[in-house]
Design a protein around this ligand. Structure first.
Ligand code: PEP
Ligand code: MN
Length: 337
């Protein structure tokens, strides 16, 4: 439940309410807006049954929160969250583009890509060092060596860097090299990994599971935030449907749905959603129009030579053309880019 305080409630009144909640062994989460302060309660609210909270000084009203996710819920935190990653800030004022190869293949491949995507307007360099491949015989990633190349690319360009982590060991290692970790679609419900990502405090990009509902996805985010890490960005990357023309089906409606249900930023990955280079540009534009806070796009110096996801990767020229075309869309959406 949430306790909505009166607009003129004093700080002491708010403190009395949070103290009362905590005295019952529950967690109180404070959201101080410009108009109103909201105290969210996490835990078994029946413990407050005889506390007469609605009569406490400064309390306007008490509203039940029926969803199982609480701290990521917009009811707990009505204002949108801004998530800082290196020099980038992901939130309602900007269009943040994360771009780079599916997999880090060499120092040169990554650095050349970093320079090209930065020039075209990307704020964050992506690249996988631990690749969750469908076949165990496919390229699995350079692991720590790849992370070292990431760090070099960050130092050379000033871009923030993100890499997927697929295990607790990968998380521990990546934490030494990157600004943001990615939890991929296949691990969206790896609850131990989510908890450790929460404990790490690092910004987390949480992709939607291959067949996850939006509520399951928000509950996965709740695992991270409930460990004390509010630095979460959601990423819609397509879901599995009966359609075979594209690798997945991009669920663009997830963007406004998330916007209504949560304060967390949401970005769109049209590369993994479609698996087809040609569809990346139109869906990027649609994502910006639908209100996405950013995009994740795969870019490779030579898509035909890529060790993974070549068919969906853009060339440097394709990417530059796309970002130029996105400018008026970002402007219409009121976002700096
Ligand atoms: C990726 O971004 O490299 C990736 C594997 O994406 P997803 O988890 O969305 O399949
Ligand atoms: Mn990929």
């Amino acid at each position: 439940m949430i306790i909505i305080m009166k607009p003129d409630a004093s700080k002491e009144a708010v403190k009395k309410v949070t103290d009362l909640i905590e005295s019952k062994g529950l967690r109180a989460h404070l959201s101080e807006g410009t108009q109103v302060t909201i105290v969210g309660v996490v835990g078994d609210k029946t413990l407050l049954a005889d506390s007469n909270l609605e009569l406490a000084e400064g309390v306007e009203k008490i509203v039940p929160v029926t969803e199982s996710y609480k701290l990521v819920n917009k009811k707990f935190h009505p204002n949108p969250s801004y998530i800082s990653v290196g020099n980038a800030v992901i939130g309602p004022d900007t269009l943040t583009i994360m771009a780079g190869p599916c997999a880090i293949e060499s120092s040169k491949q990554l650095l050349d890509t970093a320079i090209a995507v930065k020039k075209a307007g990307a704020a964050i360099l992506r690249g996988g060092a631990y690749k969750p491949r469908t076949s165990p015989y496919s390229f699995q990633g350079l692991e720590e060596e790849g992370l070292k190349y990431m760090k070099e690319a960050r130092e050379a360009t000033g871009l923030a860097v993100i890499c997927e982590v697929t295990s607790l060991h990968a998380l521990e290692t990546a934490a030494k090299y990157v600004d943001m970790i990615q939890i991929g679609a296949r691990n969206m419900q790896n609850f131990e990994l989510l908890k450790e990502a929460g404990k790490s405090g690092l910004p987390v990009l949480l992709k939607r599971g291959l067949a996850a509902t939006i509520d399951e996805w928000l509950n996965a985010a709740e695992y991270i935030i409930s460990e004390g890490n509010p630095n979460i960005v959601l990423c819609e990357r397509g879901i599995r449907t009966y359609e075979t023309s594209t690798r997945n089906t991009l669920d663009l409606s997830a963007v406004p749905v998330i916007r209504r249900k949560s304060h967390l930023p949401v970005i769109v990955d049209p590369s993994h959603a479609t698996g087809v280079r040609e569809y990346v540009a139109p869906l990027s534009k649609a994502a910006v129009a639908a209100g996405a806070d950013g995009l994740m796009i795969e870019v490779h110096p030579c898509p035909a030579c890529a060790l993974s996801d070549g068919p969906q990767s853009l060339t440097f020229d394709d990417f530059e053309k796309l970002t130029a075309e996105l400018k008026p869309y970002a402007k219409l959406a009121g976002r700096k880019f």
